[in-house]
Write a protein that binds this ligand. Structure first.
Ligand code: ATP
Ligand code: MG
Length: 358
């Protein structure tokens, strides 16, 4: 029996509701496999915790989380807490503190999921974005001078280190090999305008490509990528992007795959010296919170990514198949998919399918 310790941070709003469904699927998967077991420890961190304590997480949070095998996060956010506080006080602290240098975002349209592009079929939208996750435009370097004076100036400096950039590129090339789709990596850049950071980024991409001669490469400016996502998404396989560009294009990607209810992500510590963190892309959605109307599919997909990270070759595709069956059947869907099912009913339905598939 293999045992794994999972730190669960349900967070705020719908984070709580979707996390319960994620854990349900994890437990069902483990029970069906028989040889794995998950132990959970829950942490009540997030914006409500911040409003009570002044901190988004325990000041010793990183020390506490360090020895877990993985972290499962619901969502953080609250209308009265500024987004930069919730982001920097928890998410970025964990991503950067545990050197989770890759943010992995699969963009895949499941059969039965709604796609805004009417001429595209599910097989046309199946690619993955490798987003740099600890530095770049989000490194937190900069400052404001001459505050509140006419000459006030704000600076935000992007930071790209050779070591980290090489690592991201390498990961993208290896992923293209593993996926074995087109064996292609698209470099997302803006080196025509950003003449230091993105020229450097392109240079590292080209250098790393030399080590992966079997992989096709192409370089697209980020503005063109947004257009091609709509016009020819079927040409993409693996894309590698900086923190900011990756953030933007993956939300567009989420729209292509059916909306935020389908967008899953993993924050990976590639060295496996710290836990990786898995979270749906959506936020706490205060408008939906507490009503059991949130779509848990993004979280269930996120759990699949967690399993893929912890276990090798472990039938996790059955989870995707279970979700697809529910979409095609169309009976157990949340209101964002024009259904009337509750969040927990979708979780139950996925578990029921899994029992038949595994
Ligand atoms: P935060 O401040 O935490 O980012 P937000 O208000 O930006 O929260 P998001 O969760 O990012 O909310 O999503 C924006 C909107 O998309 C939500 O208000 C909600 O209507 C919808 N949405 C997001 N996630 C889901 C989901 N899992 N199921 C259904 N609808 C969702
Ligand atoms: Mg948001």
């Amino acid at each position: 029996m293999k045992k794994y310790k999972i730190a669960v941070i349900p967070g705020d709003g719908i984070g709580n509701e979707v996390t319960a469904e994620g854990v349900k699927v994890l437990d069902t998967f483990a029970a069906l496999k028989g040889d794995i077991h998950f132990d959970y420890e829950y942490f009540p961190w997030g914006c409500e915790y911040y409003l009570k304590t002044g901190n988004m997480m325990d000041p010793n949070g990183l020390k506490i989380l360090k020895d877990f095998d993985a972290i499962l996060l619901g969502a953080v956010g609250y209308p009265s807490v500024p987004d930069h506080i919730s982001l920097h006080g928890l998410l970025l602290k964990i991503r950067q503190g545990f050197n989770q240098s890759v943010n992995l975002r699969p963009i895949k349209l499941l059969p039965g999921a709604p796609c805004p592009l009417k001429d595209k079929r599910p097989e046309d939208i199946d690619f993955i974005v490798v987003r740099e996750n600890v530095e770049g435009e989000y490194a937190g370097v900069g400052g404001v001078r001459f505050a509140d004076r006419p000459e006030e100036i704000a600076l935000q400096t992007a930071v790209f280190t050779r070591k980290n950039t090489e690592k991201i590129m390498e990961y993208a090339f290896q992923l293209a090999r593993k996926r074995n789709k087109y064996k292609k990596v698209t470099n997302v850049t803006k080196s025509n305008a950003l003449n230091y950071s993105m020229v450097f980024w392109d240079k590292i991409f080209t250098e790393q490509a030399e080590n992966y001669r079997d992989i096709i490469t192409e370089t697209h400016h980020v503005d063109a990528v947004t257009m091609y996502f709509l016009q020819k998404p079927e040409t993409y396989d693996v894309l590698v992007a900086s923190n900011l560009f990756g953030d933007i294009i993956t939300d567009l990607g989420a729209a292509l795959q059916g909306g935020l209810g389908f967008a899953a992500s993993g924050n990976l510590n590639l060295e496996k010296e710290y836990p990786s963190m898995f979270e749906p892309v959506h936020g706490s959605a205060p408008d939906l919170a507490g009503k059991q109307v949130a779509n848990p599919i993004a979280m269930i997909w996120t759990v699949k990514m967690l399993l893929d990270h912890l276990l090798e070759d472990c039938d996790t595709e059955r989870i995707t198949e279970a979700i697809t069956e529910i979409l095609l059947e169309g009976k157990t869907l949340t209101p964002d998919l024009k259904g009337t099912a509750k969040t927990h009913e979708v979780g139950d339905a996925v578990c029921e399918r899994l029992k038949r598939l595994l």
